[in-house]
Design a protein. Sequence first.
Length: 432
Amino acid sequence: MNPIKKPFRSEGTPGRSVLEDRRVRLAMAFLLAILMWVAVTTVVQPNTTKSLGGVPVDYSYDSSVFTSRGLSIVEAPERTVDLTISGDGYTIGKLNQEDFVVYPDCSSVRSSGTKTLQLRVRCINSSVAGNISVSIANADNTVDVVFDVVEEKTLPIQVNTRYLTVEDGYILYSTAASSESVTLSGPSSELADVASCTAEVSYSDPLSDSVTVNTALRFYNESGHELNFDYVTADHETVEVTLTVYKTATLPINVRFVNTPPNFDDSVLIYSLSQTELRVAGPADTVDNLTELAVGTIDLSTFALDKVYEMPITLPSGIVSLDNVDNVTVSFNCSAMTTKTLNIPAENIEVVNLPSTYQLTVETERLMNVTLCGPASVLEGLTADQVVAQIDADDFAVSLGQQNIACSIYVPADGRIFALGSYTVQCRIQSN
C-alpha cells in the first residue's frame, strides 16, 4: 500500500498550508498588482499620444458643399499634414493614414475665386472614432483653393501647313487629322477667351511622298494671340495629321472607240477636243506609268455624222484632275465622210472560233439594210460583195438549236469603213 501523503506545512507552523500564511498572500497580491500595472501601462496605455505624418489632403471629401452651387476646384496644391492622435495605446497603435481624412472646410464657399480654407481632420474608422481624439499638428493648417464654374467647349481643329515645303513636281493634295475637333474643360472665365484651335504641321525635309505627322494643338483668341492655359485641359493635346503628297503631270487627252471592226483604222475619224491635255496628280508610281488620258469611249454603232459629244472625264483610280474641268467636248469633222446602205449576201457571212464539235448553218439568206460609214470616195464604189459579216463564237454561248446571233460588219479591203447599228443573223447549230 502507498503511504498517504501529508499536506505541506510551513516549517514555522506545523499542520498549516502555505496559502494560509498572511505574508504569502500579501506577497502574491503585490505581485499580481505589479503584473496588472505592467499590462495596463505596456498594452493598454491610457492617455497615450501618437503622431502620424504625411497624411494627404483630400479635396473631393464633402465636395457636394460647393458642387451644389455649380462650382468646381480648378486649382489646389498637393498638401500633406501631420496628425496628433490621443487615446489608449492599444487602440491608437493600430491606426494608420487610411483611418483618417484631412479635408478643407468648404462651408463658406459661395462664389468663384481663390479661397483660403481651414483644414479639418476626421477619423473615418467608426469602430474607434468615439474613443480617440485627433488634431492637425502643423502650425499652418490652411490651404488656398481656386474655385470656378467649370464648362466644356468643343472647337474644330484647323490644320495649318504654312511651315511645310514640297519638292518641285509634287503638290500637297490634302490633309486629314485623326480628330476633327477637341473638347476643352475648365473655368468659364478662361474658356471665354478661346476662339480657335490649330494643328500647325512641320516637317524637316521637302515633301515628295505622303506622311503622317504627330502634331501638337495650339489655341488662339479672337485677336490671333496664342493662349497658354492655367486651368483649362483638353481631351487630347496632339493629333495625327496625314499629308497626302501627289506627283503632278500634264498628259495629252485622247478618245477611244468601241464596237469597231476587226481592222479599223481610226485615222478616218478626224476630231477636235475642247481640251487637248489635262494636269493631273496622283501617287508617283501611278503617274509615272501614264503617257496619255483616255477620257471616255464612243460607240461607233451609234455614231452620227457631225455629232458633238460631251465626254465626262473619267480618270484612272487614284488620279485626280488639277484643272477645273469635268467634261471634254469632242467635235468630228465629217466633211469627207458619208453613209451607204447595202444588203449582205449569206455567202459573205463568216464564222470564226467555232469548236470543231459543232456545225453552224446560216439560215438568213441576206443581211438586209446594213448601213456603212466611211470616206465618201470609198463608199461610192463599194459593193455588197466586198462587205463581210463575221460571227465570232467567242462572243456567245454555243448551244444546239436555232438562235439569232450578233455579228460584226467590216470591209477587209479598207479598215476606214465601219457599220452603224447592230445586226443579228439567224443560225442553226448542230453537233458533229
